[in-house]
Ligand binder design. Structure first.
Ligand code: NDP
Length: 292
């Protein structure tokens, strides 16, 4: 087996599972999960993400609703829209595309989404459920990362895991998931001393920093599993390129398993968003998630 973890293929498989579950929900429960995506402003990158999310939502048989609001939209209008979506029985997941314009309080908006319609896992109730071992919704990027790790390694119990990065959307939930799998977890960040040694202690290394190719191959324990969450746009030899936080060329020969960038963690993020929407639809209707 190649040591490259093919996130694109894994995400395709996950989407096929989701499509099968959605088919069963429709046939057996007359339930079509619906995802509403709200975009405020005209950030071109966000527009691409929103388009991809809507397309993939429809492809797995779910309903997709898009709300595009003007960049000047007052916070109160956005909160009113979320209130309407919270009460709409056809909508099971609400995603507000980040970043929001500066005049809008991001955390206030995220917390206004009912936690059972939160598909990002950013609502404080879901954050609390994750950190206390409860049954909530898990942020998409760490969820995709842990799925790929478990698929490749089987049990993660007892392994030394190092997560570089402590953001609320990647680093912290990733660490919580690894802890829930009984790893011994270290969270490293910009103030960590001897980061190279910390990384070398990892059986599982997750890089979520946002610094192009910061982690070289000689920071990696031979045979370790490396999940590279970073997405960095650089220019090399006059060409624009996407690279991760790990220097893939020197890391791939050392790692036992490694996600490339692009084609690793990235494709899993939207697939996990769809998974979370189905999970929330089942939760709202008190139905067990059907088998794929
Ligand atoms: P943040 O900027 O929120 O967090 C970065 C983290 O890296 C911080 O905790 C910071 O530490 C730490 N850090 C910064 N510099 C260093 C350093 N020199 N040594 C050690 N740690 C350092 O980023 P995100 O978590 O939002 O994203 C991280 C990366 O993942 C980005 O490249 C982003 O594009 C990518 N990403 C990819 C996704 C996907 O779908 N694949 C989804 C989300 C993000 P401190 O807290 O001390 O400042």
């Amino acid at each position: 087996m190649s040591n490259i973890i093919d996130g694109k293929a894994f995400a395709e498989g996950l989407r096929a599972d989701i499509a099968s579950r959605v088919g069963k929900l429709k046939a057996e429960h007359n339930l079509t999960p619906g995802l509403a995506v709200v975009l405020v402003g005209e950030d071109p990158a966000s527009e691409v993400y929103v388009r991809n999310k809507a397309r993939q939502t429809v492809e797995v048989g779910m309903a997709s609703v898009e709300h595009k609001l003007d960049a000047q939209t007052p916070e109160s209008d956005l909160l009113a829209l979320i209130d309407t979506l919270n009460k709409d029985d056809a909508i099971h997941g609400i995603l507000v595309q980040l970043p929001l314009p500066k005049h809008i309080d991001e955390s206030k908006v995220l917390d206004s989404i009912h936690y059972e319609k939160d598909v990002d896992g950013f609502h404080l109730t879901n954050v609390g459920l994750l950190s206390t071992g409860g049954d909530g919704v898990v942020p998409c990027t760490p969820l995709g990362s842990i799925m790929m790790l478990k698929d490749r390694l089987g049990s993660l119990s007892g392994k030394n895991a190092v997560v570089v990065g402590r953001s609320n959307i990647v680093g912290k939930p990733m660490a919580a998931l690894l802890l829930a799998e009984s790893c011994t977890v270290t969270i490293a960040h910009s103030r960590t001393q001897n980061l190279d040694e910390v990384c070398r202690s990892a059986d599982i290394l997750v890089a979520a920093v946002g610094r192009p190719e910061m982690i070289p191959g000689d920071w990696i324990k031979p045979g370790a599993a490396v999940i590279d969450v970073g997405i960095n746009r650089i220019e090399r030899d006059g060409k624009k390129k996407l690279v991760g936080d790990v220097d893939f060329a020197s890391a791939a020969p050392v790692a036992g398993a490694i996600t490339p960038v692009p084609g690793g963690v990235g494709p899993m993020t939207i697939a996990c968003l769809l998974h979370n929407t189905v999970q929330q639809a089942c939760r709202q209707h008190k139905i067990e998630m059907p088998a794929a």
